[in-house]
Design a protein around this ligand. Sequence first.
Ligand code: C2E
Ligand code: MG
Ligand code: MG
Ligand code: MG
Length: 292
Amino acid sequence: YAKLRGKNRVERYQQRYDELLRRRGTLEAELRHAIDREQLRLVFQPVVALPSVRPVGAEALLRWTHPTLGAVRPDEFIPVAEESGLINRIGAWVLEQACIQLAEWLARGHDVWVSVNLSPKELHAADYAGQVADVLERHGVPPQRLVLEVTEHAVATDMEELISRLTELRGTGVRIALDDFGAGYSSLGQLRTLPVDILKIDHALVAEPESRTGMAAPLVDVVVNMGHRLGLEVLAEGIGTPAQRAVVEEAGCRLGQGSLFGWGVPAEHLEAQLQTLRQSPARPLPAPRSAP
Ligand code: C2E
Ligand code: MG
Ligand code: MG
Ligand code: MG
């Protein structure tokens, strides 16, 4: 009997694994056509100055809506894009769309910057800095209006190579943000040697004050202060409640992002959202029903 149960467990495990592989295969095959079939779009999440809540920029976040699979989350399809090599083409599309939108906002007199997430693979592609310079020029976007976000995962790779890539990118005049800081791998020591301009504190760190440990507020405080002492701008992401906002502000953090100020919205709705932010104090927003 025990043997049978063990066998069932192995079978169930095998089944689950097969399902995962199938899902992955489907996603990869479908993602291949996502651009041409116009299933991808960007949403923009406002970034605000603290404590004023004046909007200063927006992060471009990729959305994929498939006719039968529905909304697929970036946390699921970005890794597929990275492993299949599709990320370079998708990333180029994201950068282009973000710059088109940014150029439009600047033309309409909005004093904003836009940030775009980069996968390590894109960063290491041949002449990536040249591609960035080219897109900026074609759309007439001043480089300092664009922020490129690299994650801590990129930091886990060859440091010397990373530093030279980031230095090259910065040479175009764009600014670099280190995303998800505090979530994983990079150390304070590494941070000191990296040519970055903005430090984004991971939402997990920001969310902790609501947990019972009581440890996170001092952590946020340490990271903000360290960032400032290294001459970086510090941005806290995932601010979802007034209490989290208070912790971040008390630490002296001057940039924030999160559902308290607004989820990602299609470009045409961002202007209205910026207007609301300029007028009213922030209240928590309910999570949108589908992927924001
Ligand atoms: P990220 O760059 O750290 O983006 C922040 C994520 O936090 C977004 O999830 C955003 O919707 C979510 N978020 C914003 N405010 C709050 C909040 O108050 N509370 C909570 N709990 N979450 C909040 P999203 O859009 O699902 O993106 C997930 C990740 O996918 C991103 O993390 C980024 O690493 C990756 N990603 C998204 N778009 C792109 C892209 O165009 N290219 C690449 N390479 N990666 C992307
Ligand atoms: Mg990001
Ligand atoms: Mg992040
Ligand atoms: Mg992330």
